[in-house]
Design a protein around this ligand. Structure first.
Ligand SMILES: *[C@@H]1O[C@H](CO)[C@@H](O)[C@H](O)[C@H]1NC(C)=O
Length: 240
């Protein structure tokens, strides 16, 4: 019984109340900026539902000019440090890890200084895994057939934990912008993912939802308005 603080019932009640009151935010039109290379800067996400995951889809957009290994999304569980881990390799290939098993996807679009929309799907029954980037689909590869993602997940954007609850490593750290993060507890069809990639209406994630996101930012991460890459609108209010 060492190490367990003796809390008064009221203190326990207030602690539980505080942790359950984290209010999800609608981040539409915003993005997380990771402006410096760091082994601490990250965004931790709390899922909207608690459940064992079988079929999964993760979608996000990222904007970067780096050519280093970059963690986009990681989900650690007590039994698998890389329960789900999506990252870009130094030469622009993409890598998806499910239950500590790795698949590499080459020759997908990888635009520097532009938004890239990426979705990763996993079907537990067959293990079939597929990445979609900017509308292009990878071949399917198998990871952890018959497996599941169980236990309290620790989800991070921009970093990958060295161990469950452990520290991060600069070698994996992301530098750039990440936005529109969604995750579903099922596999999205190709046409639904095309809607996401083309900025057309789509049903928000039920596991993680950018429009109702519970998150905490750690160290040098900035929540900023999404980079405006629309063409000149001819406004005259700047003068002259
Ligand atoms: C996962 O998806 C497959 C179809 O691709 C389906 O047969 C299976 O029942 C799904 N598993 C769960 C747990 O929903």
């Amino acid at each position: 019984m060492f190490g367990i603080p003796r809390m008064k019932p009221l203190a326990i009640f207030l602690t539980l109340l505080a942790s359950s009151l984290a209010v999800p935010k609608d981040l539409t039109g915003q993005m997380f900026v990771f402006p410096v290379l760091s082994n601490t800067a990250h965004v931790q996400l709390t899922p909207n539902i608690e459940k064992i995951l079988f079929n999964v889809t993760i979608c996000l957009r990222f904007y970067s000019d780096e050519s280093k290994l970059q963690a986009l999304f990681s989900l650690a569980t007590p039994s698998a440090n890389d329960g789900l881990y999506l990252y870009q390799g130094p030469t622009g290939g993409y890598h998806f890890v499910v239950g500590d098993q790795l698949a590499t996807f080459l020759a997908l679009p990888n635009n520097r200084n532009q938004w890239n929309s990426i979705c990763a799907t996993w079907d537990s029954s067959t293990g079939l895994t597929q990445l979609w980037v900017n509308g292009a689909a990878s071949p399917k590869k198998a990871l952890l057939p018959g497996g599941s993602i169980a236990g309290i997940p620790i989800i991070a954007l921009g970093q990958d934990k060295e161990s469950y609850g452990g520290t991060f490593n600069t070698d994996d750290a992301f530098v750039g912008h990440i936005t529109d993060v969604h995750m579903w507890d099922h596999r999205l069809s190709g046409s639904k993912m095309q809607c996401y990639m083309n900025n057309l209406p789509f049903k928000a994630g039920n596991f993680l939802n950018w429009q109702a996101l519970e998150f905490t930012m750690h160290d040098k991460v900035v929540l900023d308005d999404k980079l405006d890459d629309k063409p000149c609108s001819g406004d005259k209010e700047d003068g002259v």
